[in-house]
Design a protein around this ligand. Structure first.
Ligand code: GLA
Length: 381
């Protein structure tokens, strides 16, 4: 059964009628450019063929009735007229927050009956929450014929996270979920929100491994990194680290607190690497891509200090197999989560075998492996 059929059947079971609409929004993996989005920099993510599926019907009143199949909780209900933060049921806040922000621009929308289910692994750093927000926005855009485009939807999803859910994330996850292109990665300029599609070479696969390290303290560490970056920008009197050159940073190295210096060095060097990675992809120059991804990982590990020994271990295992025929690095916010490799498809069997054999022995954890393709964003036509 396809995922469309699955969510449609769930809807019929729940509401005793057929849904009028089914939508889908993908999760994402970032190939390079981490902790750059909130510094107005560059990222190079791809949407993946794991995502959130929604089936829905309009309602004539302002009620939202939603059944989140994966939460194992019964049908939940709230009114668009009185949206408040739900302390006891976290997932509802993604819906409530997103709709609250949507209604700032479209107060006329009515309620809906909704069923949601997804297959993005949660808590793995593959943006299950952004795909949830974008799926909800796509659903309402279609149900109520709103003139909402993908970039606006991404901004609304991000605003919901920042102001309602309480996560100070950047724009990358929502924007790639909305605007990704099948078989392509996307170089996104997080300041102008313009982007360029980058083809993923035919013979390469996206190989993702979840370290399954429990991601504790992620939000507080993330917010701390973000504020360290903002401190440096303020010290140099620039709008964001995007505007600071490596020359200027080096010139003032001695008067900067060493941790702040390292954080800024990561962001500035990562922006350069990300732009170079676009060119490497376009030129099918895998050797350069390999070096750029390796340098990115080392910088996130040593300068930004967001990796873990398990994630470093996974990178080493995979690097030992693919060498310069592909690239591998940690991906996303860090503190556990996933590594991403762009690997020749013919090496997947060997990679899988090595990762499954060596990683548990080294770290006492079982890895989860996802071989992905680059998928189309929810708003991309
Ligand atoms: C998380 C955030 C993104 C981005 C990455 C790090 O995924 O949601 O906005 O900052 O971390 O690159």
């Amino acid at each position: 059964m396809s995922r469309r059929e699955f969510v449609s059947d769930l809807f019929t079971q729940q509401f005793n009628q057929q849904p009028v609409l089914i939508t889908h929004a993908p999760g994402r993996v970032n190939l390079i450019g981490d902790h750059t989005d909130y510094n107005d920099g560059f990222v190079l993510p791809a949407a993946i063929n794991f995502g959130t599926d929604v089936a829905a019907n309009t309602r004539a009143d302002k009620t939202i009735r939603i059944y989140a199949h994966d939460s194992k909780q019964p049908l939940t209900e709230f009114s668009l007229d009185s949206i408040t933060y739900n302390e006891s049921c976290m997932w509802v806040n993604y819906v409530a927050g997103t709709l609250k922000i949507l209604m700032e621009s479209y107060p006329e929308v009515n309620g809906a009956d909704i069923v949601v289910t997804g297959n993005v692994p949660q808590g793995a750093g593959l943006s299950s929450s952004a795909s949830f927000e974008i799926a909800i926005l796509k659903t309402f855009a279609e149900l109520y014929k709103l003139d909402l485009d993908g970039v606006q939807a991404a901004l609304k999803g991000k605003k919901a996270e920042n102001t309602f859910v309480g996560c100070n994330c950047g724009i990358m996850d929502q924007l790639i979920s909305a605007m990704g292109k099948e078989k392509h990665a996307m170089l996104l300029d997080c300041r102008s929100l313009t982007f360029e599609d980058a083809p993923i070479p035919e013979d390469l696969s996206i190989f993702i491994v979840n370290s399954n390290v429990h991601r504790g303290l992620v939000d507080s560490e993330y917010n701390q990194r973000r504020s360290q970056c903002e401190q440096v920008a303020e010290l140099f009197d620039v709008d964001a680290l995007r505007d600071l050159s490596m020359e200027k940073l080096e010139k003032h190295k001695r008067v900067l607190e060493p941790t702040l210096y390292k954080r800024a060095r990561h962001v500035i060097s990562e922006n350069t690497r990300t732009e170079s990675a676009l060119k490497a992809l376009q030129d099918n120059d895998i050797k350069s891509l390999s070096q750029l991804m390796k340098a990115s990982h080392n910088s996130l590990r040593d300068d930004f200090e967001v990796s873990t020994k398990e994630v470093d271990g996974l990178v080493d295992i995979i690097d030992g197999v693919i060498g310069d025929e592909g690239g591998v690095r940690m991906t996303g916010g860090g503190f556990g989560g996933c590594v991403v490799a762009l690997t020749p498809s013919k090496m997947i069997a060997e990679l899988t075998e090595k990762v499954e054999k060596i990683y548990p022995v080294m770290f006492g954890l079982n890895p989860s492996i996802y071989v992905c393709t680059a998928a189309q964003g929810a708003f991309r036509t």
